[in-house]
Ligand binder design. Structure first.
Ligand SMILES: [Zn+2]
Length: 430
């Protein structure tokens, strides 16, 4: 029998009622189970019973990554430790890692959400899913695996890198889906072509995690491999892991699982809600997470809500792609710029490849300069380069309101990586 992982609410009202119930449950659960949350709520003069409507969420205090670190090793723990069945940790850049705890129900909910991602991405029980992301203490590999098994497809847990084995399994096991970072997707696509394997594999879909994929990169991968479709999975360790949202086949935005968490978009400076459709920081509140519930957790990820429903007809609302991190926001000549904006501009230029670098430097006179180093597509004649440079600089000026110098380099000369590629080089003295 076909099992669906989509929400079964008949309309928006039913979904909203479920969300309010979840919000009340979470505040009550966290208050009674966690000394940290109890202290925070007491300081804010709030009792669980004060939450009567969705608007009351704005009265709740925000939680940050710093709160997770200071509660190390088991921050936000809201159930007895004996009920914790697993932990995961996220790769903090400095100091202690963020460790998150899971109850069995949390694991089951995560598997369900991830199976929903696969279902929305058109993956079925007949598919063979090659999982080429990291396994271990991180949530990536285990999450992709859990969802794949919950869906009932065949999982092939290869892990990241290891291009020879990836290619061999694509050829021998006829994997139909590969899950990887977008950078690795491009690397695989180029490798498959270089080894003349394109006609010997059965790959139809790619699912990208942990790194947003630009349109140019997606186009390039799709052309190289003749794929049917590609999807971006969203998620972070604090919020279960990857698998909490996906762009559907219409690609009008990313559906997020509003029956499992509330998404607010706040101005990272003022912490007030942004006006409709504006870019801001994603702040999430979970609705049924037991071991480490999140109350208004600042994710640092930047995006915007898309207010109209998706043409696929799903009740699940949309947000835009992740446009960067509020920590990655570059302040350049007094203008706030996030990498996703540059990505979008370059994606709109068909003569440009998917790799680019942004180099920020300071001249002798103390003035900041932005250099955009971009690759051409392989078939673009050198005579057209000046025109392309001018077009990109004009688009940057018009969209982000800053002047830039554009340098064009040969296709394939910028570094590729199996993991996240570094693209912003800020060489200005701090
Ligand atoms: Zn949709």
């Amino acid at each position: 029998m076909f099992e669906t992982f989509m929400p079964l609410f008949k309309n928006r009202d039913e979904l909203d009622a479920h969300r309010l119930k979840g919000l009340k449950w979470t505040v009550n659960h966290a208050y009674n189970g966690s000394a940290f949350y109890r202290k925070r709520l007491d300081e804010a003069g709030l009792r669980p019973g004060d939450i009567a409507s969705m608007e009351d969420i704005r009265r709740l205090p925000l939680t940050t990554a710093e709160d997770l670190r200071s509660g190390y090793p088991f921050p936000l723990l809201s159930i007895p430790e004996s009920e914790v069945v697993r932990i995961h940790a996220s790769s903090g850049t400095t100091g202690k890692k963020k460790v998150l705890t899971y109850s069995q129900k949390d694991i089951d909910d995560w598997a369900f959400m991830f199976a929903r991602c696969y279902e929305m991405g058109g993956v079925t029980r007949r598919d063979r899913v090659q999982i080429a992301v990291g396994y271990g203490i991180w949530t990536a590999g285990v999450g992709f695996q859990l969802g794949c098994e919950r869906l009932g497809a065949m999982s092939i847990p290869v892990g990241p890198g290891n291009i020879d084995m990836q290619c061999q399994f694509l050829e021998d096991l006829k994997s139909t889906v590969i899950c990887c970072t977008a950078s690795m997707g491009l690397l695989m696509a180029e490798e498959v072509c270089r080894r003349n394997l394109k006609d010997k594999i059965a790959l139809k879909r790619m699912i990208f995690g942990s790194e947003r994929s630009g349109d140019a990169m997606r186009r390039r991968i799709k052309d190289l491999l003749g794929l049917e479709d590609m999807f971006d999975i969203t998620g972070m360790t604090e919020l279960y892991g990857p698998g909490t949202g996906l762009d559907c086949a219409r690609h009008e935005g990313i559906h997020y699982w509003a029956d499992y968490y509330i998404l607010e978009i706040l101005d990272p400076e003022t912490l007030e809600p942004v006006s409709d459709g504006q870019v801001g920081e994603m702040v999430v509140t979970t609705l049924c997470k037991e071991a480490a519930p999140l109350i208004r957790y600042r994710t640092r990820d930047l995006t915007r809500k898309i207010d109209h429903p998706c043409s696929c007809g799903s009740l699940l609302p949309l947000h835009d792609r992740i446009l960067g991190r509020s920590d990655d926001m570059i302040i350049f000549r007094g203008v706030n710029i996030y990498p996703g904006q540059i990505d979008q501009i370059l994606s709109e230029t068909p003569e440009i490849g998917s790799e680019y670098q942004v180099v920020l430097s300071r001249g002798k006179e103390g003035k900041d300069h932005m250099l955009l180093r971009v690759e051409t597509q392989p078939d673009v004649p050198p005579s057209s380069r000046n025109g392309i440079k001018k077009a990109i600089a004009e688009k940057v000026k018009k969209t982000i309101l800053v002047s830039s110098t554009v340098e064009i380099v040969e296709y394939g000369t910028l570094p590729r990586s199996e993991r996240k590629s570094k693209r912003i080089f800020d060489e200005r003295p701090q």
